[in-house]
Design a protein around this ligand. Structure first.
Ligand SMILES: *Cc1c(COP(=O)(O)O)cnc(C)c1O
Length: 479
């Protein structure tokens, strides 16, 4: 595809800005550019076509299968956008008097109530702007809890080796020491290793259940009991609630706090760096430490208050409010049964796809999976020299987004697939056919996959060169 600079034609004008009718401000001469700014010169229609063509080349949930594991790339209903673009939500100011924004406070209050119900928590703050940010706030809750009881020796956070990379990173940011424990042969927490790891220095445990292998740890009640008996607290990484919402609650599994990714499970589009929301929820024992401000209701309506021993602000104002509007719309439009149906279908779809692929690929843990599963291409790499990266790049030639690669770290040549509840059986069948075709190509023509993709504008980049010596500006021919 040609760049705008390459379709530029000298003096072709696009007059969008009316002539200036005010006095021209004169800048200091040394601030004024000496040569003309080199901008592409194109007509309005060429400009419009250029961006439309570019947009056609972008892959998203709305134009194809997107099984990126641990990311929940589900279809995000359009009604969310309609509601979130209502001017009563978009034309307000965060410092407006609360009596003029009662409806917005009600959105926060109602969303908090429903998400507390879904997670089994007692209170929640919408301040954190992303999952990792929610982890950070949640770990501060744990830290403040211990310090408030004058217990300063609890400096360790236990994290299983299958955890999302943000878990140890957040714990370190909060000033904890990370203690890693290995998984058992079923991909779950090794109970004996956990017992050996807990002690008087344990501040808490961070866990995802189902874990990043897509497996539900059935020892969960014993796991949280062991941590509590040692005086620690349990943190639930609820970035992906897709497998359990409406069915099992972190609060009932014994967790004391949790973060959610509204931009995954609760259907705000993400992936392009757009606004996220990582609310942090907690049981009563931690609620006094929540970020400020919190919303509450009394006989006069909704108001803000500062939790008694608040950690302060982790972000400006009330978090990414419109993402909360979308999440509330999603929950309300699905309803109680719909939420449970969505998680049921997410699990069904993942198991269906896993079983179709099992005829050819090795599944890392051959058990019933939850909302996602992990393939291991270690054997394929050894036998045919084709890596997880090669298969992932091969997906691009068939118009599907690759799965998550090389994660979790404990699986060799990992490909992690999460189809989500929004895909039909036909789409899953087509995707399975593509993966099986790629498998056959790995045997018959590995070279083709080493060079894949061949049908995209950008073929296989040299990843090392691209990272070390990125070319980020356009090189003019006569430069
Ligand atoms: C996505 C994810 C996170 C991080 O969420 P961000 O919004 O990207 O910060 C944390 N844990 C798990 C399990 C995740 O899947």
């Amino acid at each position: 595809m040609k760049l705008l600079f390459e379709i530029s034609s000298k003096d072709r004008k696009l007059d969008l800005i009316p002539p200036c009718d005010t006095e021209i401000y004169s800048f200091d001469d040394k601030l004024i550019r000496k040569e003309k700014l080199r901008l592409p010169e194109v007509s309005e229609v060429d400009l419009s076509r250029h961006y439309t063509n570019l947009a056609k080349e972008a892959h998203g949930v709305n134009n194809g299968f997107y099984p990126l594991g641990s990311c929940t790339m589900k279809y995000n209903p359009s009604i969310n956008e309609v509601v979130a673009s209502d001017k009563n939500f978009t034309s307000i100011h965060p410092l407006q008097p609360v009596e003029t924004v009662q409806g917005c406070l009600e959105v926060l209050y109602e969303a908090k109530k429903l998400l507390c119900e879904i997670t089994g928590m007692d209170d929640m703050s919408f301040q954190p702007a992303a999952g990792a940010h929610g982890e950070y706030a949640g770990l501060i809750l744990i830290k403040k809890y211990h310090q408030d009881r004058n217990d300063y020796k609890r400096v360790n956070i236990i994290v299983p080796d299958s955890a999302h990379g943000t878990n140890p990173a957040s714990a370190t940011m909060v000033g904890f020491k990370v203690v890693n424990i290995p998984s058992n042969e079923n991909g779950g927490v090794d109970i004996e290793k956990l017992k050996a790891a807990v002690g008087e220095d344990t501040a808490g445990l961070m866990l995802t259940n189902p874990n990043t292998l897509g497996l539900f740890d059935s020892n969960i009640l014993e796991i949280t009991r062991i941590v509590h008996d040692a005086g620690g607290l349990c943190y639930y990484d609820g970035a992906n609630l897709n497998a359990i919402m409406g069915r099992v609650r972190p609060g009932d599994m014994g967790f004391d706090c949790v973060h959610l990714n509204l931009h995954k499970t609760f259907s705000t589009p993400h992936g392009g760096g757009g606004p996220g929301s990582g609310p942090v929820g907690c049981k009563d024992i931690l609620k006094d430490f929540l970020p400020t401000l919190e919303v509450a209701k009394n006989e006069n309506g909704f108001h803000f208050y500062q939790p008694a021993k608040t950690m302060g602000q982790v972000r400006s104002f009330y978090g990414n409010f419109l993402v909360v509007v979308k999440a509330l719309t999603y929950i309300k439009s699905l309803g109680k049964e719909g939420i449970a149906e969505a998680s049921g279908n997410a699990v069904l779809n993942a198991n269906y796809l896993m079983n179709k692929l099992k005829t050819h690929y090795d599944v890392a843990y051959d058990l019933i999976c939850m909302h996602e599963f992990v393939l291991s291409l270690g054997k394929m790499k050894r036998e045919y020299g084709v890596s997880a990266m090669d298969i992932a790049k091969g997906c691009l030639d068939y118009g599907i987004h690759p799965p998550t690669m090389y994660f979790p770290l404990i699986v060799s040549e990992a490909l992690m697939l999460e189809p989500t509840e929004t895909e039909s059986k036909e789409t899953l069948d087509q995707a399975a056919d593509i993966f099986i075709k790629l498998y056959e190509t790995a045997i018959s023509n590995p070279e083709k996959l080493h060079n894949a993709p061949s049908k995209c504008y950008i073929t296989r980049p040299d990843e090392v060169q691209a990272a070390r010596k990125p070319i980020l500006t356009y090189q003019f021919k006569n430069d």
